[in-house]
Ligand binder design. Sequence first.
Ligand code: MLT
Length: 302
Amino acid sequence: MRRIHCLNNISPLGTALLTEGYALSDTLEGADGALVRSASLHDVELPESLLAIARAGAGVNNIPLERCAEAGIVVFNTPGANANAVKELVICALLLGSRDIAGGIAWCRDNAGDENIAKAAEKAKKAFSGREIAGKKLGVIGLGAIGAEVANAAVGLGMDVYGYDPYVSVGAAWRISSAVHHVTNLDDVLRVCDYLTIHVPATDSTKGMIDARACSLMKDGAVFLNFSRDSLVDDEAMAAALSSGKVAVYVTDFANPAVMRMEHAVVLPHLGASTAEAEDNCAVMAVRELMDYLDNGTIANS
Ligand code: MLT
């Protein structure tokens, strides 16, 4: 009997796929495979029985990859399984960075008791005027599963899209709209775009990739979106860019104390992949990968 331990709540659509010969285990100790969503395994002891870990999500920064490699534990992620969910939120973020939706909602809440609210709203709305995204330049940094979807959707919304990814795969390249301009130099993307969105994995080499220098290259009043990982953006540099107005709006999916109280930061609590559909897709893909490896030794997406 193969034993699988879930470190987080994994969609039952995934665990229901476990065939005869598999059982869910309450502990990691003695498990052959582990399913994990956002829980960190960095401080967790990995038992000798463990052969594979499948992360129901794209990023694997919650998994101690070096320790796994040393112990011969295969690590899977689920690339693309939540890409649509993240793409939809990024498109929402483009609009949050362009129209003062957050300010408008807060104003309505604060003034809900006003007897003449409709009249007051007509006056107040001038303060929440925004701009349109159609015709504006969007830089997509990283053209993996999520970046490619964002780029294509932005083309559909009439944006002029610039994609940067020195490692774009042939498979991914085919999925990207021919309207996307491929740029080989990140600095050029930073310089010309009105909006920038980053979709690269968190690694040692991407840590603080958006630093003071990167911010200084941006157009005055650029809008920057981060729905990848908090570590990609240097907090202090972004806070300074927001204070000076260099970055007009920073929309981030990470509750970072350095920026979250700032007037022009729109901060979400890592909701990118938080949809029922994405939870299901990731769980199904993760369970299939685990079983395929444990049953047949097949390694895909590791
Ligand atoms: C991912 O890595 O798949 C996304 O950031 C979503 C998540 O971790 O919740």
